[in-house]
Design a protein. Structure first.
Lengths: 291, 354
């Protein structure tokens, strides 16, 4: 009996199998192919003589332009994350602590409402606001506050504004769950012991919400460095980021190998970030086993 | 007898089944009837071009040649062709601009020339359409020149060099050179204007540096919108991008600079691995027919490549329809350009970064 039972397929394994196959087919296979293409001289499926090469990576390291692009991408990601956190944290705190159910529902709707509109539409809305003939410049000029339009578009600031608008909900929703689970009585106890509300927040609530801050920041950073539509529309190709460069290499230079190498670099940056996140989370929460 | 009559009564269930069958049959009939028809897979633009191809030109070709035309208008086409098998390419006929056709030919993805024996209408095209600067055949061309806002009081423009005038700072428009044919052609023009010729890249880079501040876009449709909205007042653009708003009282005009206009060719090539070679050649020949050329030219304001096309006066006055007008066209050596594209891209990306 026992041998029959051991031969019977595990129900849970069968349940997981379709998902695992799907994940392998649509995640590991494409990334594996991308990694392979990044070290080949061409596409082996359609080209007869293909060999291994490191020239795509050498090109990236050898030309400071590509390193500048990588740094621009990371810088935009970091600034977007920081601004999204500064805007999102107070909102998330308010949402987590509001007593009124209606108030909570209204706040939740306010956070989610922008997500019901596509990224392209939202970015075009920013373009109508920030362009030289846009609402902001025209208003300031009609009020006589400026003589020439302010350069609001085609700058990193313009891109960050657009990205923050898109990714703040991700930060807020991540933080709300974490802050909501913090026992309010801990803050009250700190205040009873003589701490000011600010000190109670800084020494009790903020440290306890660090896992949420890290998770939200990781999510926003990963989304911001891989964003394509917003940097292209609000940056007008004058701010080059890795996703734009990858698209340019595929669509206009037809250099799939170099595009794959750039993609791998973007992936490695994200992976390093996840590792750093796990380490940081382990340290702040005292749960070393997370590492 | 009564039973037989009774069984033929129309019940609700029978009515629904019959209706559903009829519906499915009606929808499926054209597909079933044409299931055996050969399919020619081509590329083509969207917008007005796509509309007239879908409504008139495409169905007329399908009807005449008893085939199905499958048009991919989701740009970019070349990476998709590049990823498909050489022996079973994703397209039979590639329609795109000349620079990409050269890249495709260099990669062996398209046949470099069209056989005049298989495409008789090739005998009637202007020399530029099959020149040594062209892979395949150019079925139409646009003239790349300058687009001007006529309501800003800038006065008449005659030369490309006026684009560098400081009064256009902030309202000057150009393209993302690595991804746009007009931008790439304009870079070559800069070499001619300020250096020893098209291939004088150093002179071109220096000229581009002096063009700043400039608003750059990745495709011509975006430039049209910028010019119409007044975001730019003087820009590099093709004549079709201005003329297509004819009759709408837009304060814009196309300027053909005295130094000449650049050629933006619409090129057709056939893929070597196509299993529909006969049909592909028939399609190229069909697109060069005078009546097809006239219909498309008068819809999208492209200058026809066939010398025998007689356009209506309104179009004839503006498009390149005579040997004298066609002689103003400056063709770019795309083979030379593509060999240096990576180097050029790196340089211009640096020039135009914010």
């Amino acid at each position: 009996m026992s041998s029959v039972a051991s031969q019977r397929p595990n129900g849970l394994a069968l349940f997981i199998l379709p998902g695992a196959l799907l994940f392998a087919s649509f995640f590991f296979l494409p990334i594996g192919l991308m990694a392979l293409m990044s070290v080949l001289t061409g596409n082996p499926v359609v080209m007869p003589k293909v060999s291994f090469t490191t020239r795509h990576y050498a090109r990236m390291i050898g030309d400071p332009y590509y390193l500048e692009v990588i740094w621009t991408t990371i810088r935009i990601g970091l600034v977007t994350t920081l601004v999204a956190l500064l805007i999102g944290y107070p909102l998330a705190h308010w949402m987590a602590r509001i007593k009124s159910r209606t108030g909570h529902a209204l706040l939740l709707m306010a956070v989610l409402a922008p997500m019901l509109t596509g990224i392209v539409v939202r970015t075009f809305a920013w373009m109508t606001l920030l362009s030289d003939k846009g609402v902001v410049n025209q208003t300031l000029m009609s009020l006589g506050l400026i003589a020439q339009p302010l350069k609001l578009m085609y700058t990193e600031t313009g891109i960050v504004v657009g990205l923050v608008h898109i990714y703040v909900p991700f930060m807020v929703l991540t933080l709300t769950g974490v802050i909501g689970r913090i026992d309010e009585r801990l803050e009250q106890a700190a205040e009873n012991l003589g701490a000011s509300p600010l000190r109670a927040f800084l020494e009790v609530t903020l440290p306890l919400s660090l896992p949420g801050i890290l998770a939200g920041s990781l999510l926003v950073f990963a989304l911001a460095i891989s964003a394509y539509v917003t940097p292209i529309l609000l940056g007008g190709f004058q701010i080059m980021t890795l996703p734009i460069l990858i698209y340019q290499q595929i669509s206009a230079n037809f250099n799939v190998g170099f595009a794959a190498a750039l993609g791998i670099v973007l992936l490695v940056i994200s992976l390093l970030l996840v590792i750093a996140y796990n380490r940081a989370l382990g340290l702040v929460s005292g749960q070393r086993e997370l590492q | 007898m009564m039973k037989a009559l009774g069984s033929s009564r129309l019940s609700r269930r029978r009515f629904l089944i019959a209706s559903a069958s009829l519906g499915v049959g009606t929808i499926a009939a054209p597909y079933v009837a044409r299931a055996d028809d050969p399919t020619l897979r081509i590329t083509g633009w969207g917008g007005k071009w796509g509309e007239v191809m879908k409504a008139e030109i495409g169905p007329a070709f399908e009807s005449e040649f008893k085939c199905k035309l499958q048009i991919d208008s989701a740009f970019p086409y070349l990476p998709k062709l590049q990823a498909s098998s050489r022996s079973a390419p994703i397209y039979d006929v590639l329609h795109t601009n000349s620079n990409e056709q050269w890249a495709a030919a260099e990669m062996g993805l398209v046949e470099p020339k069209i056989d005049p024996n298989l495409v008789p209408n090739l005998a009637d095209v202007y020399p530029y359409a099959v020149s040594d600067k062209i892979v395949g055949v150019s079925i139409f061309t646009s003239a790349i020149g300058l687009g001007l806002r006529t309501d800003k009081g800038y006065g008449p423009i005659t030369s490309w060099k006026e684009l560098w005038d400081a009064k256009y700072n902030g309202v000057r428009g150009g393209y993302v050179i690595p991804v746009n044919s007009l931008g790439q052609a304009f870079l070559m023009m800069c070499g001619t204007l300020f250096g020893k010729g098209q291939t004088d890249l150093d002179a071109a880079y220096a000229a581009l540096e002096k063009l700043k501040p400039i608003k750059i876009v990745d495709f011509t449709g975006a430039m049209e919108k910028m010019l119409l909205s007044g975001e730019v007042s003087l820009c590099v653009i093709h004549d079709s991008g201005i003329y297509r708003y004819d009759g709408q009282n837009q304060p814009t005009d196309f300027v053909s600079p005295s130094e000449g206009v650049l050629s933006l060719e619409q090129v057709l090539t056939i893929t070597p691995g196509s299993k529909m070679k006969e049909l592909a050649n028939a399609y190229v020949n069909y697109m060069l027919r005078p009546e097809v050329q006239k219909r498309l030219a008068e819809t999208v304001w492209y200058s026809p490549a066939n010398k025998k096309v007689k356009l209506d006066a309104k179009y004839d006055a503006k498009l390149l329809t005579t040997p004298e007008k066609v002689s103003k066209l400056i063709q770019v050596d795309w083979k030379w350009y593509n060999e240096r594209k990576d180097e050029i891209d790196q340089r211009v990306n640096r020039i135009f970064r914010a």
